[in-house]
Design a protein around this ligand. Structure first.
Ligand code: SF4
Ligand code: SF4
Ligand code: SF4
Ligand code: FES
Length: 708
């Protein structure tokens, strides 16, 4: 490492790596230099002049956000001249800025308001008429109020650089410059809201949050997004038991400040008018509302009778329920209902990857690895649509570390823009670059392996590599892919893409007929999902899944469904038990990279109960609760930590909002791989399985109709 540079800031000796900007060196030493346009991780704009500092031997004040440290440099950040410069800058910024803080959404957390309090003039000298332009709606979620804009260009840069979209630009020049959307009058973009989040003032505001509350009136709860498997942490602003806002401004969790549209806005499914609020039971062929006591009694009696008669149970679990719920459900199935007929919809072949990595350690990449490793190979899917956080990480790695990115896919993908090599495989639908439409296509594993051979020499010369693959690879193809990776002679890590917020956790928790929690063989594998649907079961118990979505006829003699909505599966049930969403319960989930994080209850919902509680009540009603233990998330998690290989993770790390990666069993899995059971839904940005149907926001944005 190059020698550190020594300099003095406000009389304190500071050391920093060569190339460090004065603003960052000061921050590391605990000295804050005010800034508007500077934003860590984005390109430099030097647009606002708020960061001016005095530097000895320099004739004029310098912008600390563009000035690299130099040996012996003497910087002063709090002199009368600096204060006057800040006051002057603020006065300029306020020339056209309306003083409407009392009605502005940003009031209370506005950087301009804070700066004016600290450095601004007590009175305005400006008496001229301010330029006013009416507010514009760029999209259902993005509103723009030009007079409030201080032209810091953070929004333009975060959209172009961070998101790789480039949907915002500047029109006109000078005092009338204005931020404008890519299609002239509206946005066609990811609708991620990052531009709103990063706007230091109230110029860009959120269509879902605006005028709803003041920030200090909300309770802020850090939990995990419940849509895709990337596992973004989101801070939910709640008020009166309603979620008003989602963001991650404290930069905690695996995602820093990143959220896609689903994490930022797609929580609204929880307040859909179609939420079930009462249990339902079939009376004379029709589902009718019953009390919890009645519903639990029907289920418990029938389950006990089926056990007593030696009947056959089937249990289908979820990609969304918590680890604790999946663990408890499989324990219930195996120990009480005495069946290995338990499965879930497998969206990626995690089992095949765990098996292929037998005997090797440190081979599972984390979300951070996608930002840190020197090269990333993305095979299949469309990362920017299906795994927005992973795509964001890869893009940031390329921007900040010049990582080499390789993209092999059937359709064009966002990674093509900066990949050192992009290969199209299989048959792809043509793209329309003029619209925000992403093409997709079909390719076989054989197509991908042919492309990999073309890349072999280039990949071998990389110092390290992360291979990300979707369900184009399953079963033996995953083994072949790992053999390919290991033959490169460089350190390689892997990510098997899965679809939903706890798809990975479901596999880890033994939600399969052939494997117990921690990937231990179950001995006598039971039926998988399709077999259960086709069998004449005595009772089928579906928790948080919708296996009848495809129109399969119900064959089970008794069907119980726990869900938030009257889905296709729930509509066929004898008893429907209303379930709480991930935002209404505690527990843990495991993301696509095997990183475990904590769900925290943000709100309560009338009528519905967390699935763990529902299962506990059924156990109590059946008289088997003692055998299963308490249905309390923290207690079940301790049991998981004790019994599930890979989950011996430090509790304080996750209890304090961090993520800890699991290390699954490290040996061959003596079970038959089942590629035929693996199928990804390939949800794009505006879809999210059954949950997505009930989110209004995801359907109101124009892109939901333009893209898949
Ligand atoms: S919502 Fe996201 S993608 Fe759309 S303009 Fe803003 S930053 Fe860009
Ligand atoms: S809209 Fe906000 S982020 Fe964009 S330039 Fe204006 S003040 Fe900066
Ligand atoms: S990337 Fe996935 S986990 Fe993150 S906010 Fe979007 S849907 Fe949620
Ligand atoms: S923060 Fe330095 S010029 Fe804006």
């Amino acid at each position: 490492m190059a020698d550190l540079v020594k300099l003095t800031i406000d009389g304190r000796e500071v050391q920093a790596a060569p190339g460090t900007l004065v603003i960052d060196a000061a921050k590391a030493a605990g000295i804050e230099i005010p800034a508007f346009c500077y934003y860590e991780g984005l390109s430099l704009a030097a647009a606002c002049r708020m960061c001016l500092v005095e530097v000895e031997k320099m004739p004029k004040m310098m912008t600390a956000c563009t000035l690299p440290v130099a040996e012996g440099m003497v910087v002063k950040t709090e002199t009368p001249q600096v204060a006057a410069a800040r006051k002057g800058t603020l006065e300029f910024l306020l020339t056209n800025h309306p003083l409407d803080c009392p009605v502005c959404d940003k009031g209370g957390e506005c950087e301009l308001q804070d700066m004016v309090f600290r450095y601004g003039a007590g009175e305005s000298r400006y008496t001229e008429t301010k330029i006013h332009t009416p507010e514009k709606q760029f999209s259902p979620v993005v509103f723009f109020d030009a007079p409030r804009c201080i032209l810091c260009f953070r929004c333009v840069r975060t959209c172009t650089e961070g998101m790789g979209v480039g949907a915002l630009g500047v029109i006109f020049r000078g005092a009338v410059s204005e931020i404008a959307p890519n299609t002239g009058d509206h946005l066609e973009c990811d609708e991620c809201g990052a531009c709103i989040d990063i706007c230091p003032v109230g110029a860009l505001t959120s269509g879902t949050y605006r005028y709803q509350t003041r920030p200090w009136e909300m309770t802020h709860v850090g939990t995990i997004c419940t849509h895709c498997s990337d596992g973004c942490k989101t801070t939910l602003g709640t008020r009166n038991d309603r979620i008003i806002r989602g963001n991650n401004r404290d930069h905690s969790g695996v995602n820093g400040e990143f959220l896609c549209i689903k994490g930022r806005y797609g929580f609204d499914f929880y307040e859909s008018g179609e939420r079930l609020q009462s249990p339902l039971a079939r009376v004379n062929g029709k589902l009718e509302e019953v009390s919890w006591g009645q519903a639990l009694e029907i289920v418990a009696k029938r389950f006990n009778q089926t056990v007593a008669d030696g009947g056959t149970f089937g249990v289908i679990g979820s990609n969304h329920t918590s680890n604790e719920e999946s663990f408890y459900l499989q324990k219930f199935a195996r120990e009480v209902l005495r069946t290995n007929n338990i499965d879930h919809h497998r969206t990626g072949d995690v089992v095949a990857l765990v098996d292929a990595l037998s005997g090797k350690t440190g081979k599972l990449a984390t979300v951070a690895d996608l930002y840190e490793q020197k090269a990333v190979l993305v095979l299949g899917g469309d990362l920017s649509l299906e795994h927005p956080l992973l795509s964001y990480q890869v893009r940031a790695n390329w921007r900040h570390h010049q990582a080499h990115v390789y993209a092999v896919s059937a359709g064009t993908v966002r990674e093509d823009k900066y990949a050192v090599a992009s290969i199209r495989v299989g048959a792809s639908t043509p793209s329309d670059p003029s619209r925000f439409i992403h093409p997709h296509g079909e390719a076989s594993a054989a197509d991908y392996f042919a492309a990999l051979e073309q890349l072999r020499d280039k990949l071998k010369s990389e110092p390290a590599l992360v291979i990300v693959f979707d369900d184009s690879f399953k079963g033996g193809d995953v083994t072949t892919l790992v053999e390919f990776g290991e033959s490169l002679g460089i350190p390689v890590k892997y990510i098997a893409l899965v679809d939903y917020s706890n798809s990975r956790g479901a596999a880890d928790m033994g939600m399969t007929p052939e494997l117990l929690p921690g990937y231990k063989p179950s001995g006598q594998p039971g039926m998988h999902v399709n077999e259960m649907l086709a069998a004449d079961l005595s009772a089928l118990w579906v928790v948080g899944a919708n296996p009848f979505k495809g129109g399969a006829a119900r064959k089970a003699a008794f069907l119980v469904v726990q869900d938030m909505f009257l889905t296709e599966s729930a509509a066929l049930a004898d008893v429907v038990l209303p379930a709480a969403s991930a935002y209404e319960k505690s527990g843990t989930v495991t993301n696509v990279t095997g990183e475990v994080q904590k769900l925290k209850r943000a709100i309560h919902t009338m009528g519905a109960k967390p699935d763990l509680e529902v299962m506990g009540f059924i156990a109590r009603e059946m008289g088997v609760a003692a055998a299963l233990g308490p249905w309390v998330a923290d207690v079940v998690f301790e049991e998981i930590r004790k019994n599930v290989q890979g989950y011996q993770i430090p509790t304080p790390v996750i209890a304090t909002g961090g993520a800890a990666q699991t290390a699954p069993v490290n040996g061959r899995l003596p079970v038959e791989l089942r590629p035929d059971l693996v199928h990804s839904d390939h949800n794009g940005l505006f879809a999210s399985g059954t949950l997505g149907r009930y989110s209004k926001v995801l359907h109101t944005v124009v892109e939901s109709r333009l893209s898949r």
